[in-house]
Design a protein around this ligand. Structure first.
Ligand code: HEC
Length: 207
């Protein structure tokens, strides 16, 4: 083998091994993921995010929520996520198998949102925190997302979605603040975040 062939062989080996490890192996592992079926009840998990909520995931991405919120839970011996009551088990690859984009997050200025739909079930609560985070938590550094709402004159009956606000944030008399279609889709997405089903590879954390 002359020196050029040897060099070519080594470079191919290097790139080939990286491709196998970084592309082929993860692809084969994750492409083979299937829903888990509960032996007793026959329930499938995960179920993925329903219709409008998928649109909400795009709004979540577009508004940079992932710069301050994570969506992954570390195992009990790797951090305090479970002690903070963000979940009762760690998250695993299967939790994200239906997600078009996986929002693991960049930092954790705010709470982890893996199970925010378990903690909060009222759309009003989400509308308030998005329109005026300070009404939910006075000291918070979360920015307001007011472009996901419109202020409009009340026509007949007030809208069922109108955000209930008091004081400085309240709309002028005769007006109401309602979420736009994007605001509604984002809240549906947040309500759908419930990764609290059992998975055999991620048993419930014990004390
Ligand atoms: C600059 C950082 C930042 C960004 C960007 C941000 N948040 Fe937050 N968020 C926070 C902080 C900090 C809190 C905690 C509030 C507190 O102080 O109690 C929070 C709290 C929340 C909560 C309540 C969580 C809980 O369990 O109490 C939700 C829901 C939420 N944010 C959703 C969003 C969504 C959706 C977006 C994007 C549209 C977003 N946040 C963008 C910082 C941020």
């Amino acid at each position: 083998m002359n020196r050029l062939t040897g060099l070519f062989f080594c470079v191919s080996l290097l790139f080939g091994a990286s491709w196998l490890g970084l592309v082929a192996y993860p692809y084969l592992t994750f492409a083979g993921l299937r829903q888990s079926k509960d032996e007793a009840t026959g329930a499938l998990a995960p179920l993925g995010v329903p219709g409008t909520a998928t649109q909400g995931a795009r709004i979540y991405a577009a508004n940079g929520c992932l710069y301050c919120h994570s969506q992954y839970i570390r195992a009990k011996d790797e951090g305090s996520d479970i002690d903070r009551k963000w979940a009762t088990r760690r998250t695993v690859a299967r939790d994200y198998m239906f997600d078009r984009q996986v929002f693991l997050g960049v930092s954790r200025l705010g709470a982890d949102l893996t199970n925010v739909g378990v903690r909060q079930t009222d759309p009003q609560w989400f509308y308030r925190i998005l329109y005026s985070p300070q009404t939910v938590s006075p000291e918070t550094s979360m920015p307001a997302y007011r472009w996901l709402f419109v202020t409009r004159e009340i026509q007949g009956q007030p809208s069922a979605d109108a955000v209930k606000l008091e004081g400085r944030d309240a709309p002028p008399p005769g007006y109401e603040i309602v979420p736009t279609d994007e605001g509604k889709a984002l809240v549906e997405y947040l309500l759908s975040l419930k990764r609290n089903y059992p998975l055999p590879e991620a048993p419930e954390a014990t004390e």
